[in-house]
Design a protein around this ligand. Sequence first.
Ligand code: OGA
Ligand code: MN
Length: 233
Amino acid sequence: MKLLVKAAIQAQRTYFQRILLYRFTSDNSPLRKGLQSTEECGWLCASSREILSAVRGLVEVRQNFISEEEEKALLKELEPGLRKKRYEFDHWDNAIHGFRETERLQWGDVCESVFRRVREVAFPKGSSLLGPVHVLDLDKAGYIKPHVDSVKFCGSTITGLSLLSDSIMRLVPENNSAEWLNLLLSRRSLYILRDDARFKYTHEILKDEESFFSGQKVPRHRRISVICRNLPV
Ligand code: OGA
Ligand code: MN
């Protein structure tokens, strides 16, 4: 029985690992803390004007995309399953630390209407979504290292709803690790990464100690993200 459980956990882990293609950046370059350009929108902050214009239209954060009631409905469906799992901290080479995760195909009406809205605003018309929605629960001490989602299994668009906590997502161009963009992912927001922003930049979720936006501390509490992706064409 124990072995079976172990095999099942291993199989699930392999499934999720496939989604991530790890591209670690080894440095925490001081350049990241240098000059900053902030976009008028208030959720985007970057190392230079050039990089801001490079991602225009490819990166988006919609504040208050879901209501408090919708957040509650999502949590109500997700918490019982998540509570049965333990946060994983063990593997130094994983892209994600301090997390538990699940996937879900069937949702109640309130949640379904949220996903309908996500599909409408974020995905190209007619694109097929990866069947199950991916749910990632990060402990307060958890974080996600820089990586690019697998190009084999995921298409041009990645979206995420942020529940329970604000956080900072950082994008770094794969061909220039001195540049960066910080996205303020406020609680109940939806982020959208498209095309080059998804393929040519690593993304990461900063740990609490590093969680600053435009010089302001953004406390990172436990955070659940609900991620929709499309399939490659
Ligand atoms: C991922 C990922 C970001 C998030 O699971 O590949 O990048 O918002 N997650 O949790
Ligand atoms: Mn990712």
